[in-house]
Design a protein around this ligand. Sequence first.
Ligand SMILES: [Zn+2]
Length: 333
Amino acid sequence: MNYFKLTSIAILAMAAAVPARFASDQSAANYDPSWVLASVNGTQHYFHRANGKIMLSDDIVAYPSSTRVLSSQTQAQVAKAMTRSTQEDYDEIVDVTVQVWPSSTLTYAINNDLPSDQQAAVQSAVKRWNDSKASWNSNIAQWDGKVAYRFVPAPQGKDPMVLFVRSEDTNCSANLGKPGSASDGPAKVYIPSTGCRTGSVLHEMGHIVGLTHVHQRLDRNNFIKINKKAFDYLKEKHPSFYPNMVANYRRLSLNHGNPFSFDEQSLMMYHPYAAATADIADELVKQKLPFYTHYDGSEIVKVNTEYLTDRDMFLIKRKSMFRFWPAVNIKPR
Ligand SMILES: [Zn+2]
């Protein structure tokens, strides 16, 4: 009950912050015709490559230690394979194991190669994260509602756990959870030369603590309906982006699951028109072709692109609690 009241207040507060165009820095702009066939958690999938990084999803960068590349693929090969595997639906499932961080404090550093305005956006995202507090009482035992994991500057001379770095990509991206091996180096948030909005940096920090996308939830088909017409349109008019969008809508099966109800205002849910470029997003808006709708076909109005929602914070708290039971990280197959 409270939630709905608070949501409407939040919607009013955030309406002014909604960008005119569709958050292209939170969408599939990492276009690169290079793909790989790789094994993750024992199963094989096609993954898009962006400047040498293997993308688990649109803006989620796989750790090298968790991904075994089997072969390079051309986009034409992938497009053909994806067309066949997605004729019926867009429901390929990728198993993903997220490692949780062992401590509730994450040290971070910002690379000097980031321009000062982008360093400031990172600092304000860190502040917004650390100030976040759930407004709901929950049944999570002994929880004060403060967001789990505090980001604090790494002490001088010490390696940070999380590093904000400049990248050659066209959108913001980040690793998922804790690195699987020391060889991965620190977890990274990648900032393109065009910068990231504060809300986008916060979204990437969500990936760092192990959150994935709400529209890629394993049970998302109980709540939203994937709009085949939008994919068909893309396949016909923008075939070079089609495989990217299919890969971005795969479902992710996570070792920690997600017991909370579907949250369409989550910071981790994309706008239904979020597409490869702002131009394509505008085109889809004109054609009234969202990538997904409510299950009954009605439009999903996404107003929050700036703040962690209560349910985002519940899920972060739940993930942080797994650090007390490291065995939960092991997913038997
Ligand atoms: Zn993301």
